[in-house]
Design a protein around this ligand. Structure first.
Ligand code: 6LW
Length: 543
């Protein structure tokens, strides 16, 4: 498995791209629209964070909850969400906002940032993670989790999925998953990142492959070590062990795995691959667990990536945690909850009218910032056609957001008048460099053509090409469990269908990897010095 091998991590020079213009456009959100009515305290829908948000980790300060997720090649990296109830989450920032923090340029989609852990200790937030495309494990700190976060403190310790554990005696420990699935522990000096003790193997799990994602907790005099096993696909699960001593020996729980849909209880559950979890005690004393999982579509495939789910936890009379009664979770959770505090609905349309983009937008690798402008044509996003095509991972001109639900519709208004011969700009349904569907405008021999292209590994197929009368077009893609459909319009009101293609071909099962589909705007060129560009007036995403 890619993620449980010993990672050979090359030291690399961080890029010096200027900081990207991201902001908390939606900072005003977060109030409870139902403030006058009694808050709801029962039932919620999973996933609580839909779309590509794997490896969740959560911490609490009073009655505020903060969560981070893996972000791989995407920039800014490590999204930070806030919630009052762990059900409704609002993004407040990212931990990796400066390309100089860590190398995220020229890396494959499935490289970059893996499995972060967030913890709060003595007034400081810590986010520890691995950049498998840089020097490995590091942490950053912040007083305000919305950012800015510090420069990285690199840790000379191998492996992935680091965890920070603050013991009662003021000592801090780093846990990692190494080799074929060994959980290591070492004392760490938080100021310098230097290890203060030998790195010791403390547990190897219960026998599942890829023991990873360790988190340590202390409760009632026991050290509990919770990990993921089975690999992050259909055999994924979560197991737990405990010891009176931090260094073990650790005794596995009698009901392991404590969360799994790979057993009979998960048969035909629309959620699969559950695991990689973090435990938390809420401000009312109740216990919860956030975990990853994915929603499978008609058959065994998924396109929205590994998502974040929430489950209640009870401790049995012998001091072992029980997840949602039987170690399985569901889409509709019929359980008592914290008093629910919904967050304001996100805007459907991005108008590109402000000088900053909302937090939902990502670049594909740390960007060449000169290829993006929100000011050259006020009210429009200008994308410069790059010789780096979107079949390439070296920072193409590409700006996208996650597909968060299976059923969605996404539309963009494009003015292609600035394209030069050999340029192409449009909207892509993008799983990775080798698997994406594109509806775009291309310029050839001085003429503009609307194209629909399917790129699936060695298959590179132009399904439609229509000569255009005007450079302004509206491009649309809609998705459901079976297909992505593509349509276009010259006036924005009547759309003509261009074609449709199977959703399953863009799934992780077919395309590979362990990220999720993005809807992205892009501009590329066959020429090295095209100077061409495309202007987008707005982009809509409805699900
Ligand atoms: C992560 C590993 C895993 O490091 O996937 O689900 C890897 N588990 O723990 C990347 O998300």
């Amino acid at each position: 498995m890619k993620y449980c091998r010993i990672l050979a991590l090359a030291a690399a020079v961080a890029a010096c791209f200027a900081s990207a213009a991201f902001a908390q456009e939606n900072a005003a959100a977060g109030q409870n629209p139902d403030a006058k009515t009694e808050p709801k305290t029962h039932g919620y829908r999973n996933p609580v964070l839909p779309g590509f948000y794997p490896d969740p980790s959560v911490c609490r300060v009073g009655d505020d909850y903060y969560m981070v997720n893996s972000s791989f090649c995407y920039f800014p990296g490590v999204p930070v969400h806030h919630s009052k109830d762990m059900i409704h989450w609002e993004q407040i920032g990212h931990c990796i906002t400066r390309p100089a923090q860590t190398r995220l340029q020229n890396i494959g989609v499935w490289n970059g940032i893996y499995a972060p852990t967030i913890r709060h200790h003595d007034g400081t937030f810590y986010m520890v993670t691995t950049n498998v495309s840089d020097r490995g494990n590091f942490y950053v700190t912040a007083k305000d989790p919305a950012g800015e976060w510090s420069d990285p403190i690199w840790v000379r310790e191998g492996g992935i999925d680091p965890d920070l554990f603050f013991d009662d005696d003021e000592k801090t420990y780093l846990l990692t998953a190494q080799g074929a699935g060994e959980i290591h522990l070492a004392e760490i000096d938080l100021k310098t990142g230097r290890l203060l003790s030998r790195s010791e193997i403390i547990w190897r799990g219960t026998g599942g492959r890829c023991a990873e994602g360790p988190h340590m907790y202390k409760k009632d005099g026991w050290y509990y070590l919770m990990i993921a096993e089975g690999g992050t696909e259909y055999g994924h699960c979560e197991t737990i062990a405990r010891s009176r001593n931090l260094r073990g020996p650790f005794e596995g729980g009698p009901a392991n795995p404590i969360l799994s849909h790979a057993l009979a209880r998960g048969y035909q559950n629309p959620i699969q691959g559950t695991g990689h979890a973090d435990l938390i005690q809420a401000h009312d004393g109740s216990w919860w667990l956030v975990c990853l999982g994915f929603r499978v579509l008609g058959g065994f495939y998924h396109v929205t990536g590994r998502e974040t789910f929430l489950a209640p936890v009870k401790w049995d009379e012998n001091g072992w945690p029980v997840v949602n009664g039987n170690g399985a979770i569901s889409l509709e959770m019929n359980v008592p909850t914290l008093p629910q505090v919904p967050v304001a609905k996100k805007l459907v349309r991005t108008d590109f009218d402000t000088s900053k983009l909302g937090l939902e937008w990502n670049y594909n690798c740390a960007p060449r910032t000169g290829n993006y402008s929100l000011t050259e044509r006020p009210g429009w996003l200008r994308l410069k056609a790059s010789p780096v095509s979107i079949d390439n991972s070296n920072s193409p001109t590409w700006l996208g957001r996650r597909q968060q639900q299976v059923d969605f519709e996404s539309t963009a208004k494009l003015d292609a008048a600035g394209l030069n011969d050999g340029d192409e700009a449009g909207l892509t349904v993008y799983m990775c460099t080798s698997s994406h569907y594109d509806v775009a405008v291309r310029k050839r021999d001085g003429r503009l053509f609307l194209v629909l292209r399917y790129k699936l590994n060695r298959l590179d197929h132009t399904e439609k090409e229509i000569a255009l009368e005007s450079p302004v077009v509206y491009l649309r893609t809609t998705g459901n469990k079976d297909v992505y459909s593509f349509a276009w319009s010259a006036d924005g009101s009547s759309f003509s269908k261009l074609g449709e293609m199977d959703a399953s071909y863009l799934s992780s099962e077919t395309a590979g990897g362990f990220t999720g589909v993005y809807l992205a705007l892009y501009a590329q060129s066959r020429s090295n010095a095209s100077g061409g560009y495309a202007d987008f007036d707005w982009f809509e995403y409805k699900d």
